[in-house]
Ligand binder design. Structure first.
Ligand SMILES: Nc1ncnc2c1ncn2[C@@H]1O[C@H](COP(=O)(O)OP(=O)(O)OP(=O)(O)O)[C@@H](O)[C@H]1O
Length: 304
């Protein structure tokens, strides 16, 4: 079954097209990362899924229900951590949880949820005095109320320190293990790589990729960056490396050469340098990082 399906969805604000003809399927039980630079349309998409706003055209189906006609059924089965979640300053953490449990007519133990996000110690403090990370943890605990089938988390690691971000990933995994679908947006690529089964990348309101991280890597190519340290580097050797088929950028910094190339020409680069009189002292290679992939997709160099 499909947890979230968008079919040809467009959302316009006057002459701004926030989301353009977006079709997307998030499968039940998967962790789906929704990536894109600022203004790409991630929050707009989430708001459409939750029926906070309505599409200009197209349809949105969530957990088998029409997002507009059956939004109550959807909300009862969905936990949401909105972007920039803000607390009620005068209520304690515990009161926030009690409120969320009552609103959802759920029977969770508030203390257990606060403990799960590691702020049980602060349960009786007014949330107005919480740090940004504590408030974010509280928001996550509220999203977990009622054991939702679908968790929608908009920039969940915002404000979290590295430990908080790791705990967030653990909770996402635990939720998936119990059968929930998790849809979350982020620009923090490491977060996405660590927990997602698949990712969708938005650019200017359009989906430019929908794949696993490995699939994205394969599509971008097998680019490698080779860093070669030499003790002598004749300019002619550098020129010969530039002429090799499969070599992209070549940058020289003193006696060090950085070469962007296909994986299968690494050895050719080294032997060419040596044959042209360079003395290679050391070299290492770097695979394309998720950061590189993100830039490749969002700057428009690649399409799915
Ligand atoms: N209520 C609105 N009125 C007018 N334009 C809007 C409105 N909401 C969003 N937009 C525009 O739609 C586009 C997409 O915005 P959106 O907030 O969905 O992006 P985002 O990917 O969530 O960005 P960020 O990562 O910065 O949160 C932007 O150009 C934004 O200015």
């Amino acid at each position: 079954m499909t947890a979230i399906r968008l079919d040809g969805v467009t959302k316009r604000y006057g002459d701004v097209t926030a989301v353009n003809d977006l079709s997307l399927d998030v499968k039940e039980g998967e962790v789906f990362g929704f990536l894109g630079p600022n203004g790409a349309g991630k929050s707009t998409t989430i708001d459409l899924v939750l029926d906070f706003i309505r599409p200009t055209s197209g349809t949105v189906t969530v957990l088998g229900h029409d997002a507009q006609a059956e939004s109550i059924e959807i909300r009862n089965r969905t936990g949401v951590l909105p972007e920039g979640f803000s607390v009620y300053d005068r209520l304690t953490g515990m009161q926030h949880l009690e409120f969320a449990i009552e609103a959802k007519d759920a029977d969770d133990d508030p203390a257990e949820l606060l403990d799960r996000v590691d702020i049980l110690d602060a349960a009786d403090r007014k949330a107005g005095g919480y740090s940004k990370g504590m408030a974010q943890r509280l928001g996550l605990a509220m999203a977990l109320v009622g054991t939702p089938d679908l968790l929608i988390l908009d920039e969940p690691s915002s404000g979290l320190d590295p430990t908080g971000a790791r705990e967030m990933r653990e909770i996402i995994r635990e939720e998936q293990e119990r059968g929930a679908t998790v849809f979350f947006s982020s620009h923090i690529l490491g977060q996405v790589e660590a927990v997602c089964d698949r990712v969708g990348i938005l650019r200017d309101g359009e989906l430019v990729a929908e794949d696993s991280i490995e699939g994205l890597r394969a599509n971008v190519g097998d680019g490698t960056t080779l860093r070669v340290e030499t003790t002598s580097l004749p300019s002619a050797a550098v020129q010969q490396v530039r002429d090799i088929d499969g070599v992209g950028g070549v940058e020289r910094d003193g006696e060090t050469l950085t070469v962007d190339c296909d994986r299968n020409v690494k050895t050719t680069v080294i032997t060419t340098l040596e044959n042209a009189g360079a003395t290679v002292a050391d070299f290492d290679t770097e695979e394309a990082s998720l950061e590189d992939l993100f830039v490749a997709y969002t700057r428009g160099g690649v399409t799915a």
